[in-house]
Design a binder for this molecule. Structure first.
Ligand SMILES: NC(=O)c1ccc[n+]([C@@H]2O[C@H](COP(=O)([O-])OP(=O)(O)OC[C@H]3O[C@@H](n4cnc5c(N)ncnc54)[C@H](OP(=O)(O)O)[C@@H]3O)[C@@H](O)[C@H]2O)c1
Length: 318
């Protein structure tokens, strides 16, 4: 089969399309013929080997996993003898977190992995882009007890995690303020934001408004700068910068405003099934910015690494 292989750490150009062996499903595994996958920020961090401390897990000298790509949608091609939940021909979507392998024509996943039937109303491309940003968003929102009556400001509302945070906060009944640039204000409004602040026109930390939760969905803000915009007992949710782990530990003991950095992400089948239900009910959609054929993965990575994508970037696999 064809796959994108990554044999050393480095820029997007280290990736190459190659012929590799097609995986064979074990007794409790399904073999999926991939129709679409994504290039997300985790793929890029993994390929770059950043932050350096991550190489203790991802491989000291070269990437432990040769084929990247975690999110996917496709069709079940074959199942192991112990599989009861899936049947060949069924359309599925999910996330192969930690071990990757989705930048390929085929992948094997355990039946118990974060994998679920794809809603018929959602395209393969859209379904492939559902699991990563949303699961990171869900983890944060659960830790912040987001619900009716609570207010949240989403900084970086136009990114993969940000577009998910806006929609899920709306779903949970919170009052949502989204912060993005001029270009994306109408998008985040259609996703359910109650109000939008264009960061090119207004600094939300200076307008006197306060929120129960500030979700820094793009890792470009800081607890220090947001602190005065949090209500007493407020929570700053971080998605980036390991120094936030120290701040989380510190604020857990001192002060009434907390930093929460929900890592490592936990990807579960239960959450993928929950997302399937949300999509079927019309309460969630993945925002897809650009689509590239798998052969153009280098170009796709370059775009993701600009930090300017809106929602998600999909790779189509024919
Ligand atoms: N915690 C984890 O396990 C985990 C996993 C994956 C990723 N991450 C991190 O989570 C963060 C978000 O990832 P993502 O994939 O959701 O990001 P993304 O999709 O790449 O975010 C891009 C979006 O952020 C907006 N943006 C860029 N700079 C901004 C700024 N200074 N202020 C406001 N908006 C800005 C961009 O819009 P503009 O056009 O306005 O610039 C763009 O729409 C990244 O830092 C990533 O490293 C964490």
């Amino acid at each position: 089969m064809k796959a994108v292989v990554c044999e050393r750490y480095g820029p997007p150009e280290v990736l190459r399309l190659a012929e590799v062996d097609r995986p064979v499903p074990g007794p409790d595994e399904v073999l999926i013929r991939i129709r679409a996958t994504t290039v997300n920020r985790s793929d890029c961090h993994y390929r770059l080997g950043t932050p350096p401390v991550a190489r203790l897990v991802t491989g000291l000298f070269r990437p432990r996993h040769r084929i990247l790509g975690s999110e996917l949608s496709g069709e079940v091609e074959a199942v192991g003898p112990a599989v009861t939940e899936f049947t060949p021909g069924e359309a599925v979507f999910g996330v192969k977190a930690w071990t990757f392998g989705a930048h390929a024509e085929y992948v094997c996943m355990r039946e118990s992995a974060p994998l679920a039937p794809k809603p018929a109303s959602v395209s393969f491309e859209e379904a492939a882009a559902v699991c990563d940003g949303v699961i990171l968003a869900l983890m944060g929102l659960r830790r912040a007890d987001i619900r009716n009556g609570r207010s949240i400001l989403v900084y970086g509302a136009s990114g993969s995690i940000g577009t998910a945070v806006v929609q899920l906060s709306r779903y949970y009944g919170a009052d949502v303020t989204a912060v993005c640039n001029t270009e994306n204000t109408s998008l985040v409004t259609t996703l359910g934001a109650d109000r939008v602040i264009d960061y090119t026109q207004e600094d939300f930390t200076k307008n006197g408004q306060r929120y129960d939760v500030i979700f820094d969905a793009v890792g470009k803000h800081s607890f220090r700068r947001c602190r005065e915009s949090l209500r007493p007992g407020g929570i700053y949710l971080a998605t980036d910068q390991l120094s936030n782990l120290v701040r989380a530990a510190w604020t857990a003991r001192i002060g009434d405003k907390k930093v929460v950095f929900p890592i490592p992400p936990r990807y579960t089948k239960q959450d993928v099934v929950f997302l399937k239900g949300l999509m079927e009910a019309g309460r969630y959609r993945a925002v897809v910015d650009r689509r590239y054929p798998m052969a153009d993965v280098v170009e796709a990575c370059r775009y993701v690494e600009t930090g300017q994508k809106t929602g998600n970037v999909v790779l189509t696999v024919s």
